[in-house]
Ligand binder design. Structure first.
Ligand SMILES: [Zn+2]
Length: 284
């Protein structure tokens, strides 16, 4: 397992990152949690619980006053059960996330390889207030629904500091998405709309910092770049579609032949899912 603890913004933000180091995974796939003045955003993956416990212990007592889950995916909600049961930390999430987190769930083997085998254990989760203040009242986070990657997903924005926590709400490159038979059904038109919402909400924030998993920090430009990338992709698919190309031909012409992820995930995470989602975006 790989872990790293980073600090950002004059040590006001502690980021704890975790990735599994399974032999099948060539590049570490990081998940991150952030601690800001007593508020913890996300909890890592089920496979990282032991390391996460060490991290929480290293902070000393009373350091985490509350925890917010951005969405229910295992790499963000995986440590919530432990945090609640061993450290008595209240867990908050959006309305749509609550029933999923209260029952917990398991996930397929290819995701167990990356995020651990234990599944997401049930958590007694409370409705996330909007806005929510940090422990000393120093920071206030506005909650913005950003569906698309997950229907229940939210972003947290601290307007004064111009901090934006999007977790998986923005990907650095759109090449493939979850779909087919997966319990994760990503929707590219919703992802696009959610990035537009973020763009509107952050208008005029020239020093904006976007926090993406794995210690990746970006400025405001990433938002407009992603809008452009997705719109261009839509145009490209639309053109190939109107020329009578099949879905497979469109996939091949845009992204090339190989899709190792599609093989590994039985088509649940694939380039084809992305093209199919763009086609239904065009048709709606
Ligand atoms: Zn996710």
């Amino acid at each position: 397992m790989a872990t790293q603890t980073l600090s950002h913004c004059y040590e006001e933000i502690i980021e704890w990152c975790w990735a599994s180091e399974h032999e099948l995974i060539t590049n570490p796939h990081w998940t991150s949690c952030y601690l800001i003045d007593g508020l913890l955003i996300d909890t890592g993956a089920p496979g990282g619980v032991e390391d996460f416990r060490k991290f929480v212990n290293s902070l000393g007592t009373q350091k985490i006053q509350a925890c917010i889950l951005t969405h229910t995916h295992e790499d963000h909600a995986g440590g919530a059960h432990m945090l609640q049961n061993e450290f008595n930390v209240p867990i908050y999430a959006s309305e749509k996330a609550i029933p999923i987190l209260k029952t917990g769930y398991t996930y397929p083997e290819y995701r167990q390889v990356v995020w651990g085998e234990d599944g997401v254990l049930p958590v007694d989760v409370k409705l996330l207030p909007n806005p929510i203040s940090s422990m000393s009242g120093k920071y206030t986070f506005h909650i913005i629904p950003i569906p698309g990657h997950a229907p229940e997903q939210v972003a947290l924005i601290e307007k004064q500091q111009e901090w934006v926590f999007v977790s998986d709400g923005i990907q650095t490159k759109y090449k493939r998405i979850f779909g087919k038979t997966s319990n994760i059904q990503e929707d590219i038109s919703q992802i696009y709309q959610s990035i537009r919402t973020l763009n509107q909400f952050t208008e005029g924030m020239m020093d904006l910092t976007l926090f993406l998993p794995g210690g990746k920090l970006f400025g405001k430009d990433l938002i407009s770049e992603k809008l452009e990338e997705l719109w261009n992709l839509r145009q490209e698919v639309q053109e190939l579609n109107s020329q009578g190309n099949s879905v497979d031909e469109i996939v091949r012409k845009i992204f090339g032949e190989q899709d190792i992820f599609a093989l590994f995930t039985h088509g649940e995470l694939s380039k084809k899912n992305l093209i199919l989602s763009i086609i239904s975006w065009i048709n709606n």
